[in-house]
Design a protein. Structure first.
Length: 250
């Protein structure tokens, strides 16, 4: 079942403003990059946001990149070579500063210009692409960092509004048939190897929240010893005619 439309978090004042959705205890707000870096996840909070209203013309960067369909990773050299207006240059400086902040803390941020996704869900028991509700996983302690500078932002779900797709009896029966064995440790390994156990479906009445545009987020991953549940999220659905996204992610 799809959740209700119009994700919470983007206010009527515009996409660059962020208002904490009421009763969404999974989200915490901070006032600076240092606070975002140093604040641990605890209690119900598995998503931390540094709300920002960014100056500059990020849309111009997307237009000047003029990328093809799919996910296009943008190097520092490509970004720096763009002939931009004054407003575009302001946006470029902000992106470079965000990249540098993350690199200084041993992260590996990627700037992607995303013009649709090349996948099909036809005949698939559980889709495992980024537009499916999912959690990120790691072998050691890790977080996911992301910021949408332009275009449709990512969406999140509270954990009690979602269930793992592999826990749906009908879906699990299909996967067992695909596996060709019993529901045992081998089957659990099979689910893990194919990333099926990382994907979720919204429960009836679930309301997603929007990551908004310009805000820098740190969200919890799934790993042994994590103090909180991982953050359930997805890339936004593709809408024909919608401009590409400009996304920083690490």
């Amino acid at each position: 079942m799809e959740p209700s439309s119009d994700p919470l978090g983007a206010t009527s004042s515009g996409p660059h403003r962020f208002t904490l959705p009421p009763s969404y205890d999974c989200i915490g707000l901070v006032d600076s990059f240092d606070e975002l870096l140093e604040t641990p996840f605890s209690g119900d909070v598995n998503a931390l946001c540094w709300p920002r209203e960014l100056p500059g013309d990020f849309h111009e960067i997307v237009r000047m990149l003029d990328t093809g369909t799919g996910i296009n990773s943008i190097s520092d050299a490509t970004l720096n070579a763009l002939p931009l207006s004054a407003a575009g240059r302001v946006a470029r400086v902000i992106i470079a500063a965000d990249r540098q902040r993350l690199r200084q803390h041993h992260l590996e941020p990627t700037l992607d210009c995303i013009n649709g996704y090349n996948h099909s869900d036809e005949g698939v028991i559980i889709p495992t692409h980024v537009q499916s509700w999912h959690v990120d996983s790691a072998t050691d302690e890790a977080d996911t960092w992301l910021c949408t500078y332009s275009g449709a932002p990512s969406e999140g779900l509270q954990n009690f509004d979602a269930m793992r797709r592999v826990d749906d009896p009908a879906t699990r029966a299909q996967l067992l048939q695909m596996y060709g064995g019993h529901d045992d440790d081998g089957f659990l390994d099979f689910l893990n190897e194919h990333f099926f156990d990382l994907h979720y479906q919204p429960l009836p009445g679930a309301r997603p929240w929007s990551f908004g545009v310009g805000h820098l987020w740190k969200i919890a991953c799934l790993y042994d010893g994590s103090p909180v549940p991982p953050c359930v999220h997805r890339a936004p659905p593709t809408i024909p005619g919608q401009p590409p996204r400009l996304l920083l992610i690490s």
